[in-house]
Design a protein around this ligand. Structure first.
Ligand code: FES
Length: 145
């Protein structure tokens, strides 16, 4: 039994279909790339503030919060409030607050930060990130507006 041209596509038809398919895929990919960020912009990170009642943080106390999706600690003393990211500046581990020693400790590589977030010992190359913190009326406001 012999094959006829109508039973199977010719090499030319197969090649043409392949090229058309590839061009279609390239065009679809380009269109998706070109419209990304224009028609469908990527969601931006929320930079929302964190607010809570001043009464929740007495003088001398600390409060753990989540700020921009990361753990942070708010400290209050007689002079006001300060807040620090708890993400270690060495390799990103989460530091712990040691109340008794008034310091931050990173268990990953024995990094130490003082109450002001400054490096005291260990490999961290820079202080903890300080986050804006204010007392406004009867609230504590963390982060920029
Ligand atoms: S990640 Fe904190 S000291 Fe290395």
């Amino acid at each position: 039994m012999t094959q006829t041209a109508t039973e199977f596509p010719s090499k030319l038809q197969t090649r043409r279909a392949f090229i058309q398919t590839m061009l279609g895929l390239v065009a679809a990919g380009w269109a998706g790339w070109a419209t990304q960020g224009v028609l469908f912009p990527a969601p931006r990170a929320q930079t929302g503030q964190v607010k809570f009642a001043l009464a929740e943080l007495p003088i001398g106390a600390v409060k753990a919060i989540t700020y921009e999706g990361k753990p942070a600690l708010v400290l209050r003393d007689k002079e006001g409030v300060v807040a620090f990211s708890l993400v270690c500046t060495h390799q990103g581990c989460i530091v712990q607050w040691r109340e008794g020693k008034q310091e931050f400790y990173c268990p990953c590589h024995d990094g130490y930060f003082d109450r002001n977030g400054d490096v005291v010992a260990g490999p961290p190359p820079m202080p903890l990130e300080q986050i804006q913190a204010k007392i406004i009326g009867d609230e504590i406001v963390i982060g920029e507006a």
